[in-house]
Design a protein around this ligand. Structure first.
Ligand SMILES: C[S@@+](CC[C@H](N)C(=O)[O-])C[C@H]1O[C@@H](n2cnc3c(N)ncnc32)[C@H](O)[C@@H]1O
Ligand SMILES: C[C@]12CC[C@@H]3c4cc(O)c(O)cc4CC[C@H]3[C@@H]1CCC2=O
Ligand SMILES: [Mg+2]
Length: 271
């Protein structure tokens, strides 16, 4: 009699754990939050512990071994291959990267600013399209990411065009005019923490860094989303906005980028 009870409990526990595993699998398959949580929190921390290095160091290693020195396209392809085949990472990726390329070409910037460098993937995409005697400033507050980005940008052969400014966007933006000799910005790529998009756009305006015709491009309008920025920019008569539907990097999940041109009519009258 006692053995029957024990058997029933053991079978129930077995079936229960299989059901929990199936539920987890379904959740991971269908839910983007679960997938990101699984990749970023569970898998990444286990791999970091086992290999005693960070995912960003592994991205740098992959670039050092596989990319052709001085060839930005090979660095971009190498990062995309690593992050789609081995470990997801928050680079803008190739699909949204192609939109970024088009908008940079349209802006044809003399001075460009990026908020959120990470490993330097989008900085390389932007800098490879810049004409001679033009520059990209990119802001990153994580010292490990800033130093990895420096090495990856060096491998791409773009160190002359790119300056990494280490610190918080809210501290560095007010220093851009005096310390970094910026008059106004022709192009700004917003890809740092999403709750900073709106306050940093307002800060750029207050610091007199946006001119008529300055172009802003913001990543992650749908996922993770930047609702305060979208509310601010779309209701502001000084900006003309366009949405570019796309997908989250390295995933089949909807995302979009938002372009905002400051006083576009007035800029056209200048020429
Ligand atoms: C999504 S990643 C940038 C990805 C990069 N643009 C690319 O596509 O290759 C965002 C980065 O912004 C940095 N970051 C977030 N908030 C920031 C802030 N307020 N100031 C400076 N860096 C910030 C994070 O440390 C992270 O490295
Ligand atoms: C919320 C998050 C940080 C932002 C991450 C993110 C940033 C980004 O620019 C992207 O293009 C995509 C993402 C998706 C994942 C987001 C991260 C999940 C955990 C975390 O701290
Ligand atoms: Mg992004």
């Amino acid at each position: 009699m006692l053995e029957n009870w024990i058997l029933t409990i053991l079978v129930s526990l077995g079936v229960g754990s299989i059901l929990v595993m199936v539920a987890l699998f379904m959740l991971l398959k269908n839910n983007v939050h679960a997938k990101i949580f699984w990749n970023e929190i569970v898998l990444e921390n286990i791999t970091n512990f086992v290999m005693d290095q960070s995912k960003e160091q592994r991205i740098l290693n992959s670039v050092s071994y596989n990319a052709v020195k001085g060839d930005p396209e090979s660095v971009i392809n190498c990062i995309d291959k690593y992050c789609s085949q081995y470990e997801w990472a928050m680079n803008v990726g190739d699909e949204k990267g192609t939109i970024l390329d088009k908008v940079v070409e349209e802006a044809d910037p003399s001075v460009a600013l990026e908020l959120g460098t990470y490993c330097g993937y989008s900085a390389i995409r932007i800098a490879r399209l810049l004409k001679p005697n033009t520059r990209l400033l990119t802001i990153e507050f994580n010292p490990e990411f800033a130093s990895i980005a420096k090495e990856i940008i060096e491998i791409a052969g773009l160190s002359e065009k790119v300056t990494i400014l280490e610190g918080h966007s809210e501290d560095i933006i007010p220093q851009l005019k005096k310390k970094y000799e910026v008059e106004t910005l022709d192009f700004v790529f917003l890809d740092h923490w999403k709750e900073r998009y709106a306050p940093d756009t307002i800060l750029l305006e207050e610091c007199g860094l946006l001119r008529k015709g300055s172009i802003l491009l913001a990543d992650n309008i749908i996922y993770p989303g930047a609702p305060e920025f979208i509310k601010y920019i779309r209701s502001n008569k000084r900006f003309e906005c366009t949405s570019y539907p796309s997908h989250l990097e390295y995933m089949k999940v909807e995302d979009a980028m938002e372009k905002a041109v400051k006083d576009p009519g007035a800029a056209a009258m200048l020429f």
